[in-house]
Design a protein around this ligand. Structure first.
Ligand code: HEM
Length: 497
């Protein structure tokens, strides 16, 4: 009897050990800090998670694991680790974790930003690509984007004549919003001084802020019903506001199309045509929600890039001058800066790339999720793990970038590095299947605004240039902490808009 008991106990012990070994082998996560019970490493992140994670990565390595409450998160912090996730294991690592903030959305299942890469998501990406990767289509509406910028430059010139300072970020926001709305719908939706710019700004800023914030309801699931930081409610209200706007815009367009008046040939027409041909996968609700997604994803990212670029140029007047001289060479007799022409300007491109390197517009990309268990390097990461790629840290890694914290556009004149997602040391738009679909459009928008700001004006800061606050506020997009205020001084004698 005793012998039998010993054999039985040994067998149980053996099975337990084997089970433990299997479990251990199954989820051999990358190393990481220990963290507290329940909240995990939440407190270690602080208000600037991209910076805190960069410091932690120095201790724990290129792939590390942190626990944000109940959410296991793997963070990639080197080009190689990013390549492993976004290129080699792209298919498995391209999901999205539905955070609590998104759960209040009326049409969550139709929202591409939140979809895992399923058939509908592929149809939406295809619909976007048809328009966004077609230079002829993008060129066709460049005149409308030009008009938006010219109109605003008139306003800036008047402010200059009156010696009134302007908020460069706010000006950029109104131009970006209208450039985007003209590309999407051939119409303006706001102006610098109008009331509804506040509506858009509040809606977009709210979504970007709450989506970028760590929400206690996500990490401690019992808190979900309480929504203790008011995040789900705020996200819902912002999305509802945008939903009403896009609903109205789509119905107006449908009426226009019924009237047999000439088509606009803009992105909305392109999306409606795609929808007619693919009604099973891409319906009107997808278009309505997609427009809101595009406004959300496209306004703050471009605005922040312009604002950081201008901040750097105002701190480096010699660079501003060099850029103006370059733009000068392609400006036509009519004084117009044409989008198609500035795209080839080397120094302008270098300034934009250097801005995106040093002030990554989406410092941690948009968080990904593993769809199934996956081997990342020597580690085994389970399904439903959140994946962050710290492109902010990668862009400042001293083993890839000389003087990484200095703003030096010249470095991009000497190398072939671009932002298309093949150079993993520089990933402002991400890489792989989830990379930004607007990569062909966004640089056009940034270039036109930036070139116009430096070509037409000198700028006087209210303080010494070396005293500029260059701190950022973390969100889904990295915003400048304090507004960039400056007085424009027109440099051209004649009004050439
Ligand atoms: C400087 C400008 C921009 C930058 C740096 C940027 C960057 C990014 C990044 C990093 C992502 C996430 C990639 C990932 O999840 O791995 C993204 C996604 C996205 N971007 Fe952009 N973006 C910019 C402008 C725009 C514009 C103008 C639009 C709209 C016209 C746009 C639309 C989108 C959309 C819809 C997604 C989600 C794609 C998906 O989830 O499949 N972006 N962008």
């Amino acid at each position: 009897m005793e012998v039998l008991l010993v054999i039985l106990l040994s067998l149980i012990f053996f099975l337990m050990v084997m089970h433990g070994v299997r479990l251990h082998r199954k989820t051999k996560l990358p190393p990481g800090p220990l963290g507290f019970p329940i909240i995990g490493n939440l407190l270690e992140l602080g208000p600037k998670p991209h910076e805190s994670l960069a410091k932690l990565a120095q201790r724990y390595g290129p792939l590390m694991t942190i626990r944000l409450g109940s959410i296991t998160t793997v963070v990639a912090s080197t080009p190689d680790a990013a390549r492993e996730i976004l290129q080699r294991k792209d298919e498995v690592c391209s999901g999205r974790l539905i955070i609590d903030a998104a759960k209040g959305l009326e049409n969550l299942e139709a929202t591409m930003l939140w979809m895992s890469p399923n058939e509908t998501w592929r149809a939406i990406r295809k619909a976007l690509n048809l328009y966004l990767t077609n230079p002829q289509k993008l060129n066709a509406l460049s005149g409308l984007r030009q008009d938006v910028v010219d109109e605003t430059m008139k306003f800036v010139r008047e402010s200059g004549h009156k010696k009134v300072s302007v908020d460069i970020g706010k000006l950029a926001f109104s131009m970006v919003l209208n450039q985007l709305s003209n590309t999407l719908l051939s119409q303006n939706v706001t102006s610098y001084e109008s009331d509804n710019i506040k509506g858009f700004k509040t809606a977009v800023a709210t979504v970007m802020e709450v989506l970028g914030r760590f929400n206690i309801a996500d990490v401690i699931p019992v808190m979900k019903p309480l929504d203790p930081q008011n995040i789900r409610r705020r996200a819902k209200a912002a999305y509802q506001w945008l939903d009403e706007v896009t609903e109205r815009l789509v119905s107006e367009r449908l009426k226009h199309r019924e009237s047999k008046l000439p088509r606009f040939g803009d992105m909305l027409d392109s999306l409606l045509e795609f929808s007619q041909e693919n009604q099973d996968k891409f319906k009107l609700v997808h278009i309505k929600v997609l427009l809101a997604d595009l406004f959300i994803a496209g306004t703050d990212t471009v605005t922040n890039t312009v604002t950081w670029a201008m901040s750097e140029l105002l701190r480096n007047p010699d660079m501003l001058l060099r850029l103006r001289q370059e733009v000068d060479q392609i400006v036509g007799q009519d004084g117009k800066i044409k989008e198609e022409k500035i795209l080839g300007l080397l120094y302008l491109n270098a300034v934009i790339k250097e801005t995106m390197r040093l002030h990554a517009p989406s410092p941690l990309l948009a968080p990904h999720k593993t769809e199934t268990e996956v081997k990342l390097g020597n580690y085994i990461v389970p399904a439903e793990t959140q994946i962050l790629v710290n492109v902010w840290a990668i862009g400042r890694d001293p083993s890839f970038w000389e003087s990484p914290t200095s703003f030096m556009p010249e470095r991009f004149l000497k190398n072939e590095i671009d932002y298309k997602g093949q150079h993993f040391e520089f990933l402002p738009f991400g890489s792989g299947r989830r990379r930004c679909p607007a990569m062909p459009l966004a640089p056009r928008m940034v270039s036109l605004i930036l070139a116009s700001f430096v070509y037409h004006f000198d700028w006087k800061l209210p303080h010494d240039k070396d005293e500029m606050d260059m701190n950022g506020v973390f969100g889904l997009s990295l915003q400048k902490a304090t507004p960039l205020i400056a007085t424009p001084i027109p440099v051209k004698l004649v009004d050439d808009f």
